[in-house]
Every structure is written in C-alpha cells, then in structure tokens.
Design a binder for this molecule. Structure first.
Ligand SMILES: Nc1nc2[nH]cnc2c(=O)[nH]1
Length: 448
C-alpha cells in the first residue's frame, strides 16, 4: 500500500510573501488521498532519496520534463459565467447602460437549460485550460441553470463557488429578467444553498454555494437583509460588487447616505468569507471596515479600465490589511486568463503611480507608492485568492490542496540554459498562453 497517492518531482514557484517568490528547485511533492500536499521535500532532506527510490518506478510518480515548471493553480475571484457568451463584445457603453442594453438580455437567456449547458461547459473547460483551478461565479437569477453551473464545475474537476444571482428591485431590473419579489428570491437562494451543499458531499475538490446580491442597486432592502441572514445561517461565502463606478458608488450614497461598504455591512454582508468585486472608491474607513470584517477585494484590472472610471489604489488597500485576489470579471474583462489580469494589475498600478495627464508636472501627475510588482500580482492570483476565500489553496506548500499548473517553457524565448530561475518565473507570468500550460491539476486530480 502506497503512503502517498501521487508524487511530483519538479521545480516550483510559489509565494513566500506578498513581495517574494519562493523557488523550490527539484522538490518532491507528496500528495495524500484527499489531494492535499502532505510533504514538500527538498533535495537536501534526508528523506528525499528514500521517497524517490520507493516511488520512482511507480505509476503514481510524475517527473517534470526539462524546461517544465510548476505553478499553483490560479484563483479567479470574479466571473460572470453567462457573460462568457458576449466576451470580447459590447464594451462601448458605461456600466449601467451596458447592463440594460446587452447584459440583462443575455443573462435572461439562461432560463434555457440547453443554452446554459453549452455556455457553461465551454467556459469551465476554457478556464481550466488557462490554469484557473478555482472560480468564484455569478450565475444568473435562474436557480436551475445556476445549479447546473455548480454541477459542471463538479464534473469537470474545477473548484467552483457559485451564486444564484439575486436582483429583485422592479425599479432597477427589467421585468423580463429579475426575481419575482424578495420572498421568492430568498426562498430560491435557500433552496440553492441546500442543493449545492448536497452536491458538495460527492465533490472531491469542493463546490460551494455563494450568497450573491448582484449589487445594491439591483436589490430591495428586504432581499439584502434576508441574504445577510442566510449567509450567517449557512456560513456561506458572499459576493457582490462594491463601489465600482462613479454611478454605482453615487447611487448607494444617495439611497443610504453612506458608502457601499457600510451599507453592505449593515445588511450583514461583510464577513470573513465575503469577496467584493472592484472596490475602487473605498475611503479610509471603508478600507478599515474591510480589514476588520475580513472582507476581501476581487481586483479586476481589465474590467476596471472599462467601467471603473478610475484606477484602484490596490497597493494601499492591501497594505492596510485587506485580502486581495484577482478576477477576470468576464465579460467586462474580455479574457479568461488570470495571466492577462496579473499583467494588467501591474500596468494599471504603474499608470496610477506615474499619472496620465501630461498637462500636469510629473510630481503632480500621479499617486505615489501605487505600483505593484509582478511578484505581488502573482501573489494576488494565487495565495491572496486562497486567503480571500479562506480556503487552503493557492500555494505549493504542505497543508495546501494540490492545485497546480505544469508550464512547458520550450516555446518561450529562453535561449540560455543558465538563465536564472527568477527570470524564467517572470517570463512565465508575462508570456504564457493556454497552449504553454501542459497539465492542470485540482485536488490531486488531472483536469487538463
Ligand atoms: N462589471 C460588472 N459590474 C456589475 N455591477 C452589476 N452587475 C455587474 C456586472 O455584470 N459586471
């Protein structure tokens, strides 16, 4: 009987801290029956040779080839799954017009199970191919197809956190696409939570129900209050949008005479397992409230370039103790790739630091101390995402799930065998496309 269900031998990159990447050269990763990393063994460790000798000829032994490297699987903290069907289009309008012109009509189509199946199946396959091993999803207001999304994650081996969207306010949502009323929305959310919890019992990598008020403008007070109570009753994750654009931030201020963060908190929606997308306009006391409640920011830099009307000072918010992960925000972000968003997070932060208005002098043009490095963006894509979700994911370390990508660098511009591993890491983050991701593993199972 084998003690470990799988062993991987290879060189891995994983976050040591927000700013530092740890290089684990020629390590042995010993995976247990539950798909967790039981041991990460360095070549200098006295057990290394013993384990190697015992496993090297077994089927469960996986040795990386020359020029292959391991990265933790990426965690996408903000995906509108139905919007995959319009990815790459419809980005010409501001947020509220975009919702009413393109997005609500599209999402309404997810009452059709056959259509939902087609889109969701393709999305999950594509995300896995891009190295995303955990996804936090908004589905639609339809309970049945939202549950189908959770099932497709379960079947394809991705760790899915899925929300049936709640949008019940007749003033803000069209008649053809909204919950009938707050009571119905809450009853359906509760039934959805129970169904997904049942599905989780047979899903190795985990599947989780998420309480999902679309955003404050979509929801009545009754729905928001009830959702806070449901999240508490079932100890679920919570997701929504917070202080995303001038319009949305202003709408909440007008309705509640306070910022989004405090309004959400009043409804019991800021908790340890809450992830709020965007959060561009947080003020100091909002940031302190996020840190105090354990609420995380799903940072979606590509989407923000279209809808946020500004650049989030993510470095400052993170330095104040707020958990941060990355999100694609499909389809406001027109890529399924967290690699693309990691790069954009760096680019946006550099533009914030330097500023963009050339009519101003350099010292007045930007916001100092805003830039993040590619190491920090990698941290947000992996360990930061895991912390945001309060799950043991996002690191290739003992006690974490074996969620990993095997990167084949033979097609990257590496011309010198002695190139430092720290440079290879940067080339991976800047240049990898789905075709360079050779294998993807979730909870010890191969999914690509
Ligand atoms: N980016 C984005 N913001 C939203 N706010 C409310 N709904 C949405 C959405 O679908 N996408």
């Amino acid at each position: 009987m084998n003690k470990y269900s799988r062993i991987f031998l290879g060189t891995a990159f994983t976050s040591q801290s927000e700013k530092e990447v740890k290089i684990l050269q020629d390590y042995l990763f010993c995976i247990d029956d539950h798909g967790m990393i039981e041991k990460a063994v360095a070549p200098a460790d006295p057990q290394y040779q013993t384990i190697l000798n015992e496993y090297k000829d077994k089927e469960c032994f996986h040795q990386l080839q020359d020029r292959e490297y391991l990265l933790p699987g990426f965690i996408d903290l903000h995906i509108h799954a139905p919007q995959w069907a319009q990815a790459g289009t419809a980005l010409d309008l501001p947020l509220n017009d975009w919702l009413h012109t393109y997005t609500f009509p599209l999402e309404a189509k997810f009452s059709d199970m056959a259509y939902a199946e087609k889109v969701y199946d393709d999305l999950i396959r594509t995300l896995l191919a891009n190295g995303t091993t955990t996804g936090l999803y908004f589905a639609t207001v339809h309970k049945e197809s939202s549950f189908r999304l959770a099932e497709i994650c379960a079947e394809k081996g991705q760790r899915g956190l899925v929300g049936k969207v709640v949008a019940d306010d007749p003033e803000q949502n069209p008649d053809y696409y909204r919950d009938k009323d707050a009571r119905t929305a809450l009853a359906e959310t509760e039934a959805f939570i129970l169904e997904v919890k049942e599905l989780a019992k047979t899903t190795k990598q985990g599947v989780y129900p998420v309480v999902t008020p679309r955003f404050i403008p979509s929801c009545s007070d009754e729905a928001l209050k009830g959702l806070g109570k449901l999240a508490e009753k079932y100890n679920t994750h919570i997701q929504s949008h917070c202080s995303e654009s001038d319009w949305e931030h202003g709408y909440v201020k007008e309705r509640f005479e306070k910022n989004d963060a405090f309004a959400l908190n009043d409804f019991g929606l800021l908790r340890e397992k809450s992830v709020m997308a965007h959060c561009i306009f947080l003020e100091d006391d909002d940031v302190a409230l996020f840190a105090e409640t354990g609420t995380a920011i799903g940072h979606c830099p590509l989407s923000n370039a279209y809808f946020a009307n500004s650049v989030i000072p993510i470095s400052r918010f993170h330095a104040k103790g707020v958990d941060v992960g990355l999100g694609t925000d499909i389809s406001a972000g027109a890529t399924p790739s967290i690699y693309d968003n990691a790069k954009q997070a760096v680019v946006s932060s550099r533009m914030l630091e330097d500023g963009v208005d050339t009519s101003l002098s350099p010292e007045k043009r930007g916001v100092s101390d805003s830039r993040i490095t590619i190491n920090e963006a990698f941290y947000f894509a992996t360990a930061g995402g895991g912390e945001s979700l309060s799950l043991p994911i996002g690191r290739l370390d003992e006690g974490y799930a074996w969620d990993a990508q095997i990167i084949d660098t033979t097609k990257l511009p590496i011309f010198d065998n002695s190139e430092p591993l720290s440079d290879i890491f940067q080339k991976i983050l800047y240049l990898v496309k789905a075709e360079n991701i050779k294998q993807v593993w979730v909870q010890g199972e191969r999914v690509k």
